[in-house]
Design a protein around this ligand. Sequence first.
Ligand SMILES: CC(C)(CNC(=O)c1ccc(Oc2ccccc2)cc1)c1ccc2c(N)nc(N)nc2n1
Length: 325
Amino acid sequence: MTVSKKEIDRLTDLLNGYAYAYYVEDNPSVPDSEYDKLLHELMELEEKNPEHKRDDSPTERVGGEPLKQFKKVEHTVPMLSLSNAFDADELRDFDRRVKSGLDHDPTYMCELKIDGLAVTLRYENGRFIQGATRGDGSIGEDITHNLKTIPSIPLRLKEAATLEVRGEAFMPKKSFERLNEAKKEREEALFANPRNAAAGSLRQLDPKIAADRSLDIFIYSIGAIEGKQLSSHSEGLDYVRELGFKTNKEAERCETIEEVIAYCEKWVEKRADLPYEIDGIVVKVDSFDDQSDLGFTAKSPRWATAYKFPAEEVVTTLRRIELSI
Ligand SMILES: CC(C)(CNC(=O)c1ccc(Oc2ccccc2)cc1)c1ccc2c(N)nc(N)nc2n1
């Protein structure tokens, strides 16, 4: 092995480790200046030895040439939608329906419903192959070139797994405010909310735009997987975390619907403190056996629902009215 290949491999592994700590674990291990210095060294070595550049190189994050158009992608497993529950009694109704389909009480998983853009990511032998929007649930748009620029999306997994995962790509509140500040300076139209900003960034043909938008992602389910038996949704989340994916740390197991309701009420109050926007709570029956006993309606699972929050601006307006009284 030549010196430059060895050095390129060393720098690629070192920088990927730093990026994982910073973007996936939210636990920076080196100062940005150190990261940038090493990244520059790697870029120079890759320029001189392009044959040794790895497909999981951190230099992939800057975004290549713009596409001419988007390719359509058919999802191997459909991306279903969620039924809604708008108050505690509707959650209790959901619980009654679930229990009528099972011969035992279910365990639930509760997760924050991130207000972003649903995407699906395909990996073969541990390498990121393709990413797409949800589209109509069966067919989406290929946005691989943009998703590659999101640092919390691994380009190579910790195991050579072949699977498809789903998640919500989003723009953190601080990045949204910075972006709109910059747009205001340039007298450009502002984005209405972080969700529109994330969607607008990922639907660009030029990946350098997405690369500059500080996007992030939380993985929330496994679409398809080869050669692995999983028994529950929570076991699936543990497995994708082991592979190197970023999942949301606020997810909790609830043994009763009253615990689910308490979790929802807690987050109605705490949502303003989060560094990203959420529009509700997703409640899922955890066991895959229970999920397959319950099955699906025409477009959504019977074993999951979304507790929807009132839109934040409504709450803010009410707060403004309260303050003015
Ligand atoms: C529960 C599910 C709808 C995903 N699940 C599916 O899409 C899905 C799809 C085919 C399935 O099985 C089939 C396989 C083949 C054919 C038909 C169904 C099972 C689940 C969903 C949707 C949106 C979510 C969201 N915004 N945030 C979180 N945290 N979780 C979410 N979970």
